[in-house]
Write a protein that binds this ligand. Structure first.
Ligand code: EPU
Length: 306
């Protein structure tokens, strides 16, 4: 049925946009093309082997429904990725990640519709060229494919990842010394609810910028001037906490008309009501300029700007 729609030649020959939940998109204005919303539902266990369970999930499943379902089954791996807005089909595009886990560590393969060839194709892990919030689907040829399902590998006997400082701290606050995956999910949900606004209540697309990776020399220079700079090792360089840079540049809680910076997490831009996409973009531009002037670091958007 869906493929029948995809085979309507006019659809992909004309301006079009494939949309999931739209939770990581900023529209800079009205969109004058066809919007196709992916609504394919279904979760299927395709096999079990060596303590792993393999699940094939259709692209239109809500990401957090999947996480909740897997946690309730006792299958480990996704719990740190709790409460991330969006659909399963979008998750590999930006290799979603949170609290020490990235999707690619659980990813086996995906199925996509190739608009050019007019047929279904399979991408294995190595074909996806995953990076930090990046994959082949974000590159130049990315627009060629419509992801229709994703296969993940979870653990029947879960190994917990509580290495991210705030998760360990939250578990301690909850009074839990030997946590299970349900506790980790609960801890992650609590942290997210305390820092990140719910898009249902306050318009936002999560982190607006990526955390920038800078050479070691640049990091050392900044660290000597700002000893409280927050950063993590990343290959040959260091990944700086963009939220820290924006916060230090004085933007946290800023508001101009309805476009603002979240008061609890400076990396999240928010729409207090009627801000246009252009107003949010203008604010993002001002923040980018200010961080560049103050720290000599260039911020790049994490959200997709249409
Ligand atoms: N910080 C500040 N001030 C702020 C915000 C952050 O000083 O206003 C500092 C804090 O010291 C904090 C550090 O920056 O410890 C890092 O902040 P946080 O733990 O909130 O993580 P992040 O780097 O800002 C990334 C992801 C989030 C993900 C969290 C948790 C990116 C672009 N963002 O944010 O993902 O939930 O880590 O793992 O990598 C998203 O992609 O939309 C998203 C929300």
């Amino acid at each position: 049925m869906l493929y029948d729609l995809f085979r309507v030649k006019e659809l992909f020959q004309n301006k079009h946009l494939i949309l999931g939940e739209g939770s990581n998109i900023l529209f800079s204005g009205d969109y004058d093309g066809t919007v196709v919303r992916i609504m394919l539902k279904g979760i299927e266990v395709t096999g079990k082997k060596d303590g792993y369970v393999f699940i094939r999930v259709n692209a239109g499943e809500i990401w957090d429904h999947l996480v909740s379902f897997c946690v309730s089954q006792g299958w480990g791996g996704l719990e740190n990725l709790s409460l991330i807005p969006g659909q399963v089909g979008s998750s590999p595009i930006q290799n979603i990640g949170a609290y020490g886990v990235e999707l690619e560590t659980l990813f086996v393969s995906l199925e996509a519709f190739d608009k050019l060839k007019g047929e279904s194709v399979v991408f294995r892990h190595k074909d996806c060229q995953f990076g930090y919030r990046n994959s082949v689907f974000k590159g130049r040829s990315g627009g060629r494919y419509v992801i229709t399902s994703v296969t993940l590998r979870l653990k029947e006997d879960p190994e917990l990842n509580t290495s991210y400082g705030s998760v360990a701290e939250e578990l301690k606050n909850m009074g839990i010394s030997s946590p299970g995956i349900k506790d980790v999910r609960e801890a992650v949900c609590r942290i997210r609810r305390s820092k990140l606004p719910d898009p249902e209540d306050l318009g936002n697309a999560g982190s607006f910028f990526k955390n920038p990776v800078v050479p070691l020399r640049k990091y050392n220079d900044l660290k000597s001037k700002h000893p409280d700079l927050v950063a993590y090792g990343a290959g040959n360089g260091m990944k700086l906490a963009a939220g820290w840079l924006i916060d230090k540049a004085g933007w946290k809680g800023y508001r101009h008309n309805d476009a603002g910076v979240h008061e609890k997490q400076a990396l999240v831009l928010v729409n207090h009501g009627k801000a246009s996409g252009k107003e949010i973009l203008d604010l993002a531009g001002r923040i980018k300029d200010s961080v560049s002037r103050r720290f000599g670091v260039s911020l790049e958007p994490e959200v997709n700007i249409i």
